[in-house]
Each structure stands twice: as structure tokens, then as C-alpha cells.
Design a protein around this ligand. Sequence first.
Ligand SMILES: *Cc1c(COP(=O)(O)O)cnc(C)c1O
Length: 227
Amino acid sequence: MNEPDQLAKRFESITSKIGDATLVAVTKYSDLREISLAYDIGHRDFGENRVGDLETKANGLQLDERDDVRWHFIGHLQTNKVAKLVKIPNLYAIHSIDSYKLLQELLRRESDMLSPVRIYFQVNTSGEAEKGGFEDYESLKKSVSHFYKASPSAIIFEGLMTMGTYRTDDRDGEARRCFQTLKDYAERLKVDFKLDKICLSMGMSEDFDIALEEGADVVRVGSLLFK
Ligand SMILES: *Cc1c(COP(=O)(O)O)cnc(C)c1O
């Protein structure tokens, strides 16, 4: 089997399981050639976790006139990289707004945005020190509240994002607990801010099936597709 067929088969094995959810293909292990193959078999949503790498890959695809991609930034974002990030072509969403300070910086950069950007607030549901994200509901609520007060026109509050626990003997059980916590936060925000829909970005190669069972709208899968 040739390489495009193999890649198509890997995509199909995931998309056949996810129903209406969106598959963000995480490209941190892939080069431009491999991303272009995925584009050519019809995939459009890609995720990257470093600003510099995203810039290189997004510019590369654009030069190739593969210009209708949706780039999702999913990694830890330093405030001093926000200005650079929002100018990257085809930036569609940022999944990792993990602090009030970062939100403020993003709001400050609104006028630099090339097109509207969707944001997800990241929640540290596992409580692990190396993970970013809001640690409790009240701090998340404060940032959401600030967002609505600022009422930016080019920034859209799309949802919440999380990752399951890494260091555990019970990966599946812990992942489920983390995803349920995220869902619970979303339900509370819906009530507190009278919202209809909050998208849940959760689930990676190891646990996307559990995330789907818990109501994921977006799964972010890298190694199953590209390694
Ligand atoms: C790397 C990464 C993923 C994808 O992980 P895989 O295990 O390779 O599927 C998803 N989300 C984030 C935030 C990541 O950094």
C-alpha cells in the first residue's frame, strides 16, 4: 500500500468512530510533506503546540495554495508569543487559554487578528503540576466573566479544553474523571452565563474513545495518525 493510502486508512479508522465530533490532526511529529498528504486526502483541521513550528507549517501550506486549512493552537502559550501567533495565516482556534493574564494579552491583541479566532479555556482537571490551566471553577468563571465584559468582536468563546492524567496506574479511569470534570464545568458555565453550547476539546490518541463517551466535540490526535 502506498503512503497516501496508508495515511487515509489511519484517518478513516478514527473518523469512522467520532460521529459529528471534529478531529484535529496534531502535527507536532510531522513535517510539511506529511501534512500536505493529509490535506490532499481531504483533511483540514490541524493542531500544533509551538508557535514557531506553527508559523513555519502554516506559511508552508499557504505558499502551496493549500489555503483553506483551519489551524488549532493547542500548546502552552507564553504571553510574549501572542502577537506573533495571532498573525499566523489560517489560525482558527486557540485551545490553551490557561490564565487571566493570557486572556488579557489576547484581548489586547484583538486588532492584530487577521480573522476571528475561537478560544478554549484550558482546565487543569488532573491537578498535575506540569499541566497548565485553570485550577478551579471560580478562577475560570472570573476569566469568562472578563471575556464577556470586554465583548471582543474578533474573539469567539468556543469552549473548554483539558488533558487526562499522565502519571497514574489507572489511565482510563483517570481520563474519564478528568473529562467528567470538564463537562461539569461546562454545565456550570452554561447556567451562570446563560449559554446554549460550550464545546469540549478533550481526548488524544490514548483516550479519545473515552472522551467521546463523555461528550467530546473535538478530539486532538497526533501519534495514532502520524507515527
Ligand atoms: C501532543 C498533543 C496532543 C496529541 O497527542 P497524541 O498522544 O500524539 O495523540 C493533543 N493535545 C495536546 C495539547 C498535545 O500537546
